[in-house]
Design a protein around this ligand. Structure first.
Ligand SMILES: Nc1ncnc2c1ncn2[C@@H]1O[C@H](COP(=O)(O)OP(=O)(O)OP(=O)(O)O)[C@@H](O)[C@H]1O
Ligand SMILES: [Zn+2]
Length: 523
């Protein structure tokens, strides 16, 4: 008879939005939360962890959950300033999705990194008296440190100043040139340095201010290399019609389609006035436009760190990506410019671009340029990473905007993590620790026995799975919370603690409560 040994630390496995080691206690007197339990680091085997989600995954992939890697990217964050809660938001969401896909048994390649070239970086470095690369090293490290504090388990961290990236950008540029899609011309327009983008006058506020950065755009005239985006108008239109899942949520697809319908203009992909960038092949007087360079980081991240890295090798290591997770501010670059660039270079398109909303402060996008940011480090050191991860995923409907309030943060985390999930884990694990040497042998034949509680929870697990798959992260959190509520109710009804107290046959039957209904197995 096969038996699975399950120990206390296995219970966290379906809580993809939490890190593996922290559970919360509710402290009604204290104005903050505190982490109070740490469990052993011996996690169950990957196969037992996957058991619950795996059957669905295998069915969908025609029997092979491992077939295709799930390649997931965050934006490569611009190192003009250290990370803030907005940068953390995308990365936390990506980490929860990556964990969920790993639970399904997929090979996941989770890519993040930093975008390090361009005028704004050179200016930021100059203003603090450093050389650009020195500045980038410091800020890039700040991102890595924050990801560590937030328990972000990425697989690849690409810096656009990495030599392998530069080689791949030049090769890509040459391919696009060979396709006849690059030409030289004069350009005159209004430029937002913070967006690193020429703007149409009609999208600007009074005084030619950028609506996102509230700073006036400056007139610029340059002799640049251009990418023939307009050539791809029809192809992009057809691609979006045939693959409506390419842009999510669907209301953003409408936005992208209307941009394209409005007419695509070629865009300049080099800068004569910017030294801090990758030189244009065969023209050392110009550097490659930061966006043309940065988007390629998603591909160069996939290549090994060897001198022989090249575009083809990188592409064969997992391209095209399954999912680009981005904020809506950079949707145009990812859903219009990027696919056209890839088509021009003869490379496959990512399967999906998901543009989530903004964390706002007083209704404005929180951002480095406006300086209206919340410090994730402060939140993590005050409340712990689980609380931060959970709150933002649960509170903001993924895709829409959301405001931060500390009072709401404390209420939500106390009610959901401490009072519901933490309480359930505390009670269950406390009883196990006290009465079962922290270990329970769950017989798989018993685990298969149907009970109303187990059936209910399995339905909720399936609900959570569907929400995770659809990237409805707030609803996934809600489904997991429902499992917590059902578990607490079940414990209240059965009160195994009083049976354990009675000892003898009663205690035996309490142990059966755990075995038969396999709460731990379900988690
Ligand atoms: N307020 C925010 N809400 C949600 N995501 C954000 C927010 N700010 C930044 N991000 C994430 O970071 C990406 C932009 O990265 P970037 O490094 O340009 O940061 P930024 O703070 O928006 O910079 P800036 O303020 O200079 O425009 C967004 O696409 C999104 O993924
Ligand atoms: Zn701007």
């Amino acid at each position: 008879m096969a038996a699975a040994r399950i120990n206390c630390s296995s219970v966290q496995n379906s809580l993809c939005f939490l890190n593996p080691l922290q559970y919360y206690s509710f402290n009604s007197k204290a104005s903050h939360l505190r982490t109070h339990l740490h469990f052993r680091r011996n996690f169950p085997s990957p196969s037992s962890r996957r058991a619950l989600f795996c059957s669905a995954a295998t069915t969908r992939n025609g029997g092979s959950a491992e077939a295709e890697p799930f390649v997931l990217t965050t934006p490569l964050y611009y190192v003009n300033a250290p990370p803030h809660m907005g940068s953390a938001y995308t990365t936390i969401a990506a980490d929860a999705i990556a964990r969920f896909q790993r639970l399904l048994g997929k090979k996941v390649v989770f890519v993040t990194g930093t975008d390090e070239h361009g005028e704004k970086i050179a200016a930021a470095a100059a203003s603090n008296g450093s050389a650009p690369k020195e500045h980038c090293d410091v800020i890039s490290q700040a991102y890595k440190n924050l990801w560590k504090d937030l328990d972000i388990a990425y697989d690849k961290f690409i810096r656009t100043t990495d030599p392998k990236h530069e080689a791949i950008v030049k090769e890509f540029y040459s391919r696009v040139l060979a396709s006849g899609d690059i030409y030289r011309a004069d350009y005159e327009g209004l430029y937002c340095v913070n967006c690193e983008e020429y703007k149409d006058e009609k999208e600007l506020l009074d005084n030619n201010c950028c609506p996102m950065h509230l700073k006036p755009c400056v007139p610029r005239k340059e002799d640049n290399y251009f990418f023939a985006l307009s050539k791809y108008q029809k192809l992009l239109e057809d691609t979006l019609t045939q693959n409506p899942d390419f842009v999510k949520p669907s209301f953003r697809l409408n936005e992208v389609q209307s941009w394209i319908k409005g007419g695509l203009r070629d865009f300049s992909i080099s800068r004569a006035s910017v030294d801090w960038g990758i030189p244009v092949p065969n023209d050392s007087k110009q550097t490659i436009y930061v966006w043309f360079d940065a988007l390629l980081g998603y591909i160069s991240a996939l290549s090994e760190d060897t001198k022989e890295s090249n575009l083809q090798k990188a592409v064969s290591s997992g391209w095209p990506a399954t999912l680009h997770l981005i904020g809506k501010d950079i949707l145009r670059f990812h859903a219009v410019y990027w696919p056209a660039m890839l088509m021009s270079a003869g490379l496959g398109l990512p399967k999906m671009v998901f543009g989530h909303g903004f964390l706002t402060k007083d209704g404005m996008k929180m951002g480095k340029s406006l300086g209206n940011t919340i410090e994730p480090n402060d939140l993590v050191s005050k409340f712990g990473s689980d609380a931060v991860r959970y709150f933002f995923l649960r509170e903001v409907e993924f895709g829409g905007d959301g405001d931060y309030s500390e009072a709401r943060f404390i209420n939500i985390v106390n009610a959901h993590l401490a009072n519901t999930i933490g309480n359930l884990l505390n009670r269950t694990l406390g009883l196990l620790k006290k009465n079962c040497q922290s270990t329970l042998v769950v017989d798989s034949s018993i685990a298969a026995v149907g009970t109303a509680f187990k059936d209910d929870v399995e339905k909720l697990v399936e609900k959570a799975r569907v929400h995770y798959e659809n990237l409805s992260l707030s609803s996934a959190c809600e489904a997991v919370l429902e499992i917590g509520n059902a578990g607490n109710l079940y414990m209240d009804e059965r009160a195994p603690w009083s049976l354990f107290k009675q000892g003898g046959a009663a205690a035996e039957s309490a142990a059966e409560v755990f075995k038969k209904h396999t709460l731990l197995h379900i988690f």
